[in-house]
Structure formats: structure tokens, C-alpha cells
Design a protein around this ligand. Structure first.
Ligand SMILES: Cc1cc2nc3c(=O)[nH]c(=O)nc-3n(C[C@H](O)[C@H](O)[C@H](O)COP(=O)(O)O)c2cc1C
Length: 570
């Protein structure tokens, strides 16, 4: 859905006295892991006009101008009484300042941590702010007697939901969103958004599933007809299913028996972005993350998380040649709590000298900890390739923990059922994919034709494969079918362990297909494919793709087939 359409603002009434203004960005947008599906996004703002007028969540500065124009066309900005912020993002400061210039009487409404951030972002210690702790109401008149529910989590400690009993709309900011841009304001045919909503949850919510569960409980008493989300389509039709799914996905995380404590601080968001990518890599390998923002966590919380975890990862920016004090305090707690048999990892963003990562790594090394990945040092803001590397480092970390557990459990011989399943054969293939600066590959034999018209096939991709992140709907890839007798070299190459972010193609002869993915010169045939959908099937994603193009490279060869002893292995 990537497009060159210009940014715009879509305006639609959604309830009594209530209108949404969706600032739309159609371009692919990938500067944080949750945008990896590259379908653009919308920044949703709402206006409620009771006797008093409230604006909820004005967009960031890339929209300031067109947003104000759209607002001015339909509403009297001078008449705005309140601006409610479900989350204070510093990039909204420009829009807020512009609003204040036109309407200096505006009172801001946010949570207590939000108020601290807002005073900083607007560089005004005397800003009029109504702080909502959960007990207070804000009566706009005409029945819009707003209630507020703080739903903090480590990544967004200031998150605040707003409920309007008049319209039964719950303004959820980060909760229940999706990064997708389109003309559809609501989620009619809601299943079409399932993959996007799941991915959004996996990236943004899974690392603090415990706090999501608490938020769901707090919100469960409200009679809600619609979730007015901060991003993507508003949730009306799939409301019950999405709520249930949030419960279920969170429960899947909180009931995992292996967890990693992900402890970090981030002054400007860069280290937090790295933390997000590492968390995604860990959770996709079936290990839970307990994410901890040292700036808001109390020592007991850090201690409990580290004690329970099989491993820990610490992230820190370098500020003034040091790790910030909350990170140093957390490090002290880790060193005094965690047995040195626990696996460790270190990462951080820096500007020029980057002492923080060295300091943390040094102290952990001195204490005898083993590392699940080489320490990650990223200059300022990470790019796509860095995020991929972080995700893969997270997966390696989780796999090392799982392997350590397996070693302790004795190996069982294959059961007769497993042996029988093993008699299902598949062709040996290599799936290759390249999107901009990111590429990946995977040996695959669970491949099968699935449709004649259109020509389509399915591929089972293990959830913890690096390639998995390039196998979402509308992604392109090449299926390289290997030739019997000429397959061992390629098989060996693609089965070997690669370092996080390592290029899989430097030592193999390949050309580029029309869809941008590599074609292996030694393949018997190749198919250029587009992912249409994916189905969750246990520990794999079953990817259905249609074939756009293809060619046999050697008419005399036959397909290499993979014979197995057990259905428990590839
Ligand atoms: C006040 C200040 C001091 C900084 N000091 C250092 C430093 O001593 N060494 C360094 O490598 N980078 C330094 N930086 C750069 C930050 O480490 C860099 O911006 C990093 O991306 C911040 O990560 P964060 O977004 O997670 O807070 C400094 C930045 C600021 C604003």
C-alpha cells in the first residue's frame, strides 16, 4: 500500500458532537519497528463540542500546517477550551504551540507523567494543565462528562484513556491501534485489519503485556461502543473480538515460563527504539519480555523482574560521557540480584563517544556474565538495517535461552506418530527476499502448491525466523527451487548460523528478480511471489502467496526432495 499520495487530513463526524480528523501519511514510514509493515499510518485527532470544546491528541509537526488548515475550515480554533493528550510526544510540540498562539486560553489535560513531559516539551513551567489521576471528571456539557483512565506502561508511562459516556466512545491513544493508512475510517470487514493489529500488538504491547492486562481490567467496567484509536482505523465492528484478542495475546505473554528482563532508559527515544526491536526479536521466538523503563520503575520492580528472568538485557544512551543515573542504579540492582549464570546483553544509542555501553559491558564481564549477543552500539537514530540487526540479536538471545533449557531435558526418541508425519515430503527450496536495505533468506521444504487460479503456494515459516519479518501481506519474495545433485552447497550455506544482520548473499551467485529479491543462479527454477495472507499455525506462520512470474533455469534437472526421519524436524 506504499504510495506517493500527498499527506492530507480526512474529516468525518463519528458521534454526537464528535468529529475525527485523521492526518494521513501514505508513504512507507519505517523509523521504528512497529512501522515495518510499511503501510503508512494515520494520526487520529478528535474534537468534542459540548458547551465547551475539547480537542484530543493533535498530530505531530509533520502535519501542523495542513492539520490547522483543516481544523480552521470547519471549527473555530479560538473557541477550543481544552486539549486532551492521551500521550505526550515531543514531536507534537510544534502543533500545540501553533494552537496556543491562536487560542491562548487553552487548558491542557493529561496524566501526571504527561504533565511533566508537556511542560518540558513546551518549555513553559507555568502551562495551565489539569492533571487526571483517574478520579476526576471533565464536564464539557451536553452530557459529555468525560472520565479518565491512566493506563501507564514502561514505554508510555503517561498513557491516558478518555471516556465519553454520552457517545460511549473510548479514546484509547496507543491501545488497539494499527499502523495502516487508507480511506476506511472504521473497521468494517474488520478481519482485513487482523494482521496489522496483531503486528502492532506484538511490537508495541507484548513487551509489557502485564500492564496491558491491568489496563484492560481498568477499562472493562465502561460501556464502550467504539475505540477511538490514536492510529489507524477506529474500532467499531471488531470491538469485542479485538478486546478478546488483547486479553488472549497478553495472557500468552504473561504465562510464558521463560522471560527476559529488558531494562533501559532513553532520553530522546533512540535507545527505546532499539529496545523495541530487540523485544520484538525475543518475543517472536516464544520468550516473554518484561520491559522496564528505569526512569519510572522502582528498585523492587527491577529486582523482582531480574530474579524471575532467565536473562536480562540493559540499554542505555550515553549522556555527558556516562550512563544516566537511573541506568547505573538499575545496573547495581542487577549485579546484586542476578546469578552470573543468567544470560546478559547490552545495547545503546550514542552520539560520539558512547561510554555507557562500554561501562555496562565491562561491569557485567567483570562479574562473569555470558552474553547472548555482541553489545550493540548505534550512532544516534537507528536505520532499517540496524533495527533488523537488533531484532535478530533479540531472537539469538531467546534461542540461546531455549537451547540451554533443552540441553537440560534429555532427548526423546521420535514417537511413531512423529515418524509417520516425517514421511510427508517437500521440495527443497530457498526463500529469498529483499526490501530496500534489508534482505534475508531461509531454507524451506514445507512448501506446497495451494491454488491453480491464481497460481499460489503456501510456505510454513517458523515464527522465530529472521525472514519472517519480510513475509507479511503484500511483501514480495522469490522461491528458489533447488536441483537434486546441485543442492548440498546451497543447503549448507543457508543452514549455517548467521550473525545478527549479516548479509546472507555475499558468498552465493545471485541475480536480482523484477520484484527486487535475489534469484540464486544454481536453482533449478524460481518463482516471483507476493504474500497474500498468513495464518497462525502453532509455532509457524503459514504464508499463502500468489506467483507473479517464474522460470525453469535447467530443463534437464529434477527437484531436490527432502526426506526426513521424523515430523518433529525439518
Ligand atoms: C546533553 C547531551 C549529552 C550527550 N553526551 C554524549 C556523550 O558524552 N557521548 C556520546 O557518545 N553521546 C552523547 N550524546 C548523544 C546521545 O548519546 C545520543 O543523542 C543518543 O542517541 C541518545 O539516545 P536516547 O535517544 O536513547 O536518549 C549526548 C546528547 C545530549 C543531548
Amino acid at each position: 500500500m506504499s504510495s506517493t499520495k500527498p499527506r492530507d487530513v480526512q474529516v468525518l463526524p463519528i458521534g454526537t458532537d464528535t468529529t475525527v480528523l485523521r492526518s494521513r501519511s501514505w508513504t512507507r514510514l519505517r523509523f521504528e519497528i512497529e512501522y515495518a509493515l510499511a503501510k503508512g499510518t494515520t494520526a487520529n485527532c478528535y474534537i468534542i463540542q459540548g458547551d465547551k470544546t475539547a480537542l484530543i491528541d493533535p498530530p505531530g509537526e509533520t502535519f501542523t500546517e495542513i492539520y490547522l488548515a483543516a481544523l480552521q475550515q470547519r471549527f473555530d480554533i479560538k473557541a477550543i477550551d481544552y486539549v486532551i493528550l492521551g500521550h505526550v510526544n515531543p514531536n507534537r510540540a510544534a502543533t500545540l504551540k501553533a494552537l496556543l498562539e491562536i487560542a491562548p486560553q487553552i487548558t491542557f489535560v493529561c496524566s501526571n507523567p504527561g504533565a511533566i513531559n508537556l511542560r518540558g516539551a513546551l518549555e513553559n513551567p507555568d502551562l495551565p494543565i489539569l492533571v487526571m489521576r483517574g478520579e476526576e471528571n471533565l464536564d464539557l456539557g451536553k452530557g459529555h462528562n468525560l472520565q479518565f483512565v491512566p493506563t501507564p506502561n514502561p514505554r508510555y508511562p503517561d498513557l491516558l484513556c478518555t471516556y465519553d459516556p454520552q457517545t460511549e466512545i473510548l479514546y484509547t491513544d496507543k491501545l488497539f491501534g494499527a499502523h495502516i493508512c487508507g480511506d476506511q475510517v472504521f473497521d468494517e470487514g474488520w478481519e482485513i485489519f487482523s494482521e496489522d493489529r496483531r503486528y502492532y500488538y506484538d511490537c508495541l504491547m507484548a513487551p509489557h503485556a502485564r500492564q496491558v492486562e491491568t489496563a484492560l481490567e481498568k477499562l472493562s467496567d465502561l460501556a464502550v461502543r467504539m475505540y477511538a484509536t490514536g492510529h489507524g482505523p477506529l474500532v467499531r465492528y471488531g470491538l469485542i473480538e479485538l478486546t478478546k484478542a488483547y486479553y488472549q495475546w497478553s495472557q500468552q505473554q504473561t504465562s510464558q515460563d521463560t522471560t527476559v528482563a529488558l531494562i533501559y532508559a532513553s532520553a530522546y527515544g533512540n535507545t527505546a527504539t532499539l529496545a523495541g526491536a530487540i523485544a520484538r526479536g525475543i518475543t517472536k521466538a516464544g520468550v516473554a519480555v518484561e520491559s522496564i523503563n528505569c526512569e519510572v520503575a522502582d528498585p523492587e520492580e527491577i529486582r523482582a523482574a531480574v530474579e524471575k528472568a532467565a536473562g536480562f538485557v540493559i540499554g542505555s544512551p550515553t549522556l555527558g560521557g556516562h550512563a544516566p543515573t537511573p541506568v547505573q542504579t538499575a545496573l547495581g540492582i542487577v549485579l546484586s540480584t542476578a546469578a552470573n549464570t543468567k544470560l546478559a546483553g547490552v545495547f545503546g544509542s550514542f552520539g560520539w563517544s558512547g561510554e555507557a555501553v562500554d561501562l555496562i559491558e565491562g561491569k557485567l564481564k567483570d562479574a562473569g556474565y555470558k552474553f547472548g549477543f555482541d553489545s550493540i552500539r548505534v550512532k544516534f537514530k537507528p536505520n532499517d538495517a540496524t533495527l533488523q540487526m537488533c531484532e535478530e540479536a533479540g531472537t539469538d538471545f531467546a534461542q540461546a535461552l531455549k537451547k540451554a533449557k533443552k540441553v537440560r531435558a534429555p532427548l526423546q526418541p521420535a514417537t511413531s506418530v512423529e515418524q509417520a508425519v516425517g514421511r510427508v515430503v517437500g521440495s527443497l527450496c530457498v526463500v529469498t527476499a529483499k526490501q530496500d536495505d534489508i534482505s534475508s533468506a531461509m531454507l524451506a521444504s514445507w512448501v506446497s502448491q495451494a491454488s491453480f487460479n491464481p497460481p499460489g503456494l503456501t510456505i510454513a515459516v517458523a515464527k522465530d525466523r529472521a525472514l519472517e519479518s519480510l513475509m507479511h501481506s503484500e511483501n514480495k519474495f522469490v522461491l528458489n527451487i533447488l536441483q537434486e545433485g546441485n543442492h548440498l552447497g546451497l543447503m549448507k550455506h543457508f543452514l549455517k548460523p548467521f550473525a545478527p544482520g549479516q548479509d546472507r548473499f555475499t558468498e552465493v551467485a545471485a541475480e536480482t528478480a523484477d520484484n527486487g529479491s535475489p534469484i540464486l543462479n544454481d536453482a533449478l527454477a524460481y518463482l516471483e511471489c507476493t504474500v497474500k495472507s498468513r495464518m497462525e499455525s502453532g509455532d509457524h506462520w503459514l504464508v499463502y502467496a500468489t506467483v507473479d512470474n517464474g522460470k525453469v533455469l535447467n530443463q534437464d534437472g529434477v527437484t531436490a526432495v527432502h526426506h526426513r526421519k521424523s515430523g518433529n524436524h525439518y
